[in-house]
Design a protein around this ligand. Sequence first.
Ligand code: PFF
Length: 455
Amino acid sequence: MSRPARSIHGEWSSRWAFILAATGSAVGLGNIWKFPYIAGENGGGAFVLVYLGCIALIGLPVMMAEVLIGRRGRQNPVNTLKSLSTEEKAPASWTLLGWMGLLAGFIILSYYSVIAGQAMAYVFRAFSGVFTGVTADGANSIHQSLTGDPERLLAWHTLFMVFTMTVVARGVKSGLEKLVSFIMPALFIMLIILVGYAANTGEYFSQAASFLFTPDFSKLTEEAVLVAMGHAFFTLSLGMGAIMVYGSYLKKETSITTMSISISIADTIVALLAGMAIFPLVFANGMSPDAGFSLLFVTLPIAFGHMAGGQLFGGLFFILLVFAAWSSAISLIEPAVAWLVENKQISRRRASVTIGFAAWLLGLFTVFSFNIGENWLLFGMTMFGLLDYLTTNIMLPLGGLLTIIFAGWVMAKESTKDELAIRLPIFYHTWRILVRYISPIAIIIVFLNKIGLVG
Ligand code: PFF
């Protein structure tokens, strides 16, 4: 059957542009804000090990599957799954996988924007010098005065969403490529500086290293395993079509394997660096590693408040964090925007504004979760907690599971072989065994274990 030669919004200008954009999608708040806090909440070492295992055994094969499906289908996830399932003579209900992805991206964006808004607020706080000489208690109350005020939080959430819609409206290529080629290296350098600063804490630095890298399996709960797996999907932007839609803009000659490996490694390094920047400060200041979502916003100000030039560095760091969040947020609505543009013939601008506005509205629940609505609980979680749990721990792993079943069982071997074009047969076979057996079984076991059916 005939496939569209290319999607309406064109192709990446180069292979490098795709790597940058996909890395921009992967590296974001998930690495710098979320990874340290969930590693802290789930006891450190053993959690980190499971997370790394999930990246290698599940994340990487799923990423390759997503890129190859996207490149073969050449449209938004819903249309891609429709055309590929027709091509492979599979039921059209596979399009539901695309729909679930669109929905997950939309829900994640709603709360992602609220956290990114807090990072924006911190740019101004850092530059203005309020962190100078700050104590742990002081840093805590600075963060609480922000999250406790729904009006301020709402204003930052709004501003971040407007920024996101603006870039998406301009089109993935012109908006995104330029942005990412500058932020990624800068963010990396900044993190190295912060780890260097944390290394000065001496014994606390080694305490942090052993907290993060010495596994103590007695601390590992079923819940922690599910959270680690969910986070592997979240941090690599998998299971919801973001990488699929980026793959749809990829040229045929590019090696999907090399690309996926580079992106996964870069993403993991950034998360580990963030952990090694944050935990020494946690221990040095007598704070608890399980402080939760405010961890980053409380520890880093202490570092910036005490280092030479911290006012400038702090401001710059939060600017980079906002940019990193921005390049991830863009990929969160790209699948839905691409769907509207390709199916409803509306302009990119209108599509971005429509989806962005709807996500902004849903984001109000997260805004209120930290203040007037902190007691609005459902299943024992705040609205923010619930939206995060539903997407990260359920929708993304489920989306990833269905994606590899599609690539491993529904698509013909020739199709995936042709698309991956791996030179050494052993590598292709390894990938195929992973997507057909190992990764799906691992995901299913984690799910079953969590609901208490096995283990
Ligand atoms: N990977 C991003 C992060 O770690 O911050 C978040 C994200 C972006 C998740 C895009 C999912 C996605 F599709």
